[in-house]
Design a protein around this ligand. Structure first.
Ligand code: UDP
Ligand code: MG
Length: 314
C-alpha cells in the first residue's frame, strides 16, 4: 500500500538518539493509524548511526533508508528525503527529538483541513543560549523584510508539506539550499502549529556558529537582491556630498577665495560616487544572471479546476 504520510528524518552522528527517536515516532504513527513510511537519511555519519539504522530497518517494514556517501549537510539530507518520499504528505523532523513527534497529529489535522504547508512554530525554546535566541530573533526580522511575510518567525524546518509542495520543491534545483526560505517563497496555503522546542535528546548540535552563519547568509543571498542596492545607495550618497562640496568651492572661487586641495578631495569623492554607481548597475545584471542560473520554475499551481470536464458535453 502506498504510504499516506512520509516522515523525513536527517541523521548525522545521532547514535545516542536514533533508537529513542524511532520509538517515539513509531508510537505516534501507530496511534494515528495512517499508512506511513519513515525515511531516514544518514548524512555520512561517522559513528554507529548507520549500523543502528540498518538494524531498525531490518525489523520495521515502514522504514526506508538512504545512506549518503559523504556528509552533505542537513539541508541536502532533507532534500534527498523529499526526493525519495512517496507519501501524499511529508513531515520533516530532526533526529534529536527537538521537534517532538507528538505534534504530528495536529499537523495532519491542519493538512486535512486543506492547508498545504503546516509549519511548526516554537512557542518556547529549551536549553538554548541567550545569544542564540537574540541572533535568531534579529535574523527572522531581517528575513521577513527580505523574503516577505511568508517567512515565519520562530520557524525551522519542522513542518508538514503536501505532495504538491514536495513536487514544487523538487522543481527548484538550486544548490545553495535554504529550505525554510524555499517553503516560504513558493506560497501555497500555510498554517502554523505551535510547539515547545525541546532540548537535544543527546549529543551536541551539529550547527556551530560558523555553519549557522553560512546558512543565514545563504538564506539572504538566495532570496534577496536587496544587498546589491547598497553600492547604488552609497554612490548616490557620496555623489550628493561631493556635489555640495563642489558647489561650495565654486562659491569660494567666485568670491576670490583660495581652496587648494579641497578641490582634489571633492573630485575624488565624485569619482568614487560614480564608481559605486557603476558597480551597483553591474550588480543588477549579476542579479539577472543569478536568477536565471537558479533555474526556478516561473510558477507553482496550488489547484486546478475544470480541466477534466469535456467542454463539448451537452
Ligand atoms: N544533520 C544532518 N547533517 C549535518 C548536520 C545535522 O543531517 O551535517 C541533522 C542532525 O542529525 C539533526 C538535524 O540535522 O537531525 C539538525 O541538526 P542539529 O540538531 O545538530 O542542529 P540544531 O538543532 O542544533 O540547529
Ligand atoms: Mg537539534
Amino acid at each position: 500500500m502506498k504510504p499516506t504520510l512520509s516522515l523525513i528524518i536527517p541523521c548525522y552522528n545521532e547514535e545516542e538518539s536514533i533508537q529513542e527517536t524511532h520509538r517515539r515516532v513509531t508510537k505516534v504513527m501507530e496511534d494515528l493509524a495512517f499508512p506511513y513510511e519513515v525515511v531516514y537519511v544518514n548524512d555520512g555519519s561517522r559513528d554507529g548511526t548507520a549500523e543502528l539504522l540498518n538494524a531498525i530497518q531490518a525489523e520495521d517494514k515502514a522504514v526506508r533508508l538512504i545512506h549518503f556517501a559523504a556528509n552533505r549537510g542537513h539541508q541536502v539530507a532533507v532534500t534527498a528525503g523529499l526526493d525519495y518520499a512517496q507519501g501524499e504528505a511529508a513531515v520533516i523532523l530532526d533526529a534529536d527529538l527537538q521537534d517532538p513527534p507528538e505534534v504530528i497529529p495536529e499537523m495532519v489535522q491542519k493538512w486535512q483541513e486543506g492547508y498545504q504547508v503546516v509549519y511548526g512554530q516554537r512557542r518556547s525554546r529549551q536549553g538554548e543560549s541567550k545569544f542564540k535566541l537574540w541572533t535568531a530573533s534579529a535574523y527572522y526580522k531581517l528575513m521577513q523584510k527580505l523574503v516577505g511575510k511568508n517567512f515565519h518567525r520562530d520557524t525551522g524546518d519542522f513542518r508538514l508539506v503536501d505532495r504538491r509542495v514536495v513536487d514544487a520543491i523538487k522543481q527548484m534545483p538550486e544548490h545553495a539550499r535554504y529550505l525554510r526560505g524555499m517553503f516560504s517563497w513558493i506560497g501555497f496555503k500555510q498554517a502554523p502549529v505551535l510547539y515547545d522546542r525541546d532540548k537535544r535528546f543527546a549529543g551536541e548540535t551539529h550547527y556551530p556558529l560558523k555553519k549557522m552563519l553560512k546558512l543565514a547568509i545563504d538564506g539572504i543571498i538566495s532570496f534577496s537582491d536587496k544587498p546589491l542596492f547598497i553600492p547604488i545607495l552609497l554612490g548616490i550618497l557620496l555623489g550628493g556630498v561631493s556635489g555640495i562640496g563642489l558647489l561650495a568651492l565654486l562659491v569660494r572661487l567666485i568670491l576670490g577665495l583660495q581652496s587648494g586641495l579641497w578641490w582634489l578631495a571633492a573630485w575624488v569623492t565624485m569619482l568614487f560616487a560614480l564608481l559605486f554607481m557603476v558597480i551597483g548597475i553591474e550588480g543588477r545584471y549579476i542579479d539577472r544572471i543569478y536568477r536565471e542560473v537558479q533555474g526556478r520554475p516561473l510558477y507553482f499551481v496550488a489547484e486546478t479546476r475544470g480541466f477534466d470536464t469535456p467542454s463539448e458535453e451537452k
